[in-house]
Design a protein around this ligand. Sequence first.
Ligand SMILES: Cc1cc2nc3c(=O)[nH]c(=O)nc-3n(C[C@H](O)[C@H](O)[C@H](O)COP(=O)(O)OP(=O)(O)OC[C@H]3O[C@@H](n4cnc5c(N)ncnc54)[C@H](O)[C@@H]3O)c2cc1C
Length: 222
Amino acid sequence: MHQALTATTVTRVRCRSEINRNRVPPRAPLPKADPDLDRSDIQLHFVISIVEDYARKLHMGHGVRCHTCVLGPKSRGSVPLATANPFAAPVIDPQFLSDPDDLSVLQRGVRQARRIMAQEPLAAYLRKELFFDGEPDDATLEQHIRARADTIYHPVGTCRMGQDEDAVVDPELKVRGLRNLRVVDASVMPRLIGGNTNAPTIMIAEKAADMITGRPTLTGTG
Ligand SMILES: Cc1cc2nc3c(=O)[nH]c(=O)nc-3n(C[C@H](O)[C@H](O)[C@H](O)COP(=O)(O)OP(=O)(O)OC[C@H]3O[C@@H](n4cnc5c(N)ncnc54)[C@H](O)[C@@H]3O)c2cc1C
């Protein structure tokens, strides 16, 4: 199982209405934590509210937050059966941060988010950062990420599509070794797609519908 992980930078603002007046909508840009890469490795989610632990922990006052999401996590979770009882819930273990590269991408990403937040025009509205007092060193950042990073709910890969022996479904999404059974959902993605998963899941479903009904495969326009 592949699962994206997100860590947060939260800042109090002087006054929520100032931010609203200047129309700062929720945004999710895709910058690079490593500038040498040819594609984005992080996604930033900027939102006008102080949300910690998916709003399970509430804060008084106004604020903004910027989440850093690692787009291509190398950590791999598992979903083994708990018992032989088919009705028992499986044991879901995302094994976040089990690959050290994910931690360094998040560390660089959180630093980049803090640099963006410290620039004008945003900086003029910001008053106090909640989680850091000054520039955090690597150890502080690691502690912050291990304590607060959480899923962004994009798990994939538990029924991986492929042509190798370990793949669960073949390229037509048929379960290998069984007849008349296909899996059509996010679980067939071999790895995360480097962004949000809802639209690609819909695309997979539409493609599967075409394959099942025998409609011709779409070709590129050019
Ligand atoms: C809180 C949250 C926020 C998200 N935000 C975004 C976002 O902003 N953008 C984005 O792109 N993606 C987002 N996602 C991810 C996106 O929702 C998923 O990638 C997508 O829904 C996956 O589609 P799916 O068909 O694989 O699974 P699902 O959409 O989960 O569909 C599974 C379906 O199976 C049904 N089901 C389960 N068990 C049974 C059973 N035993 N019998 C019959 N039916 C059953 C469920 O009721 C459900 O309808 C979010 C996910 C969550 C949880």
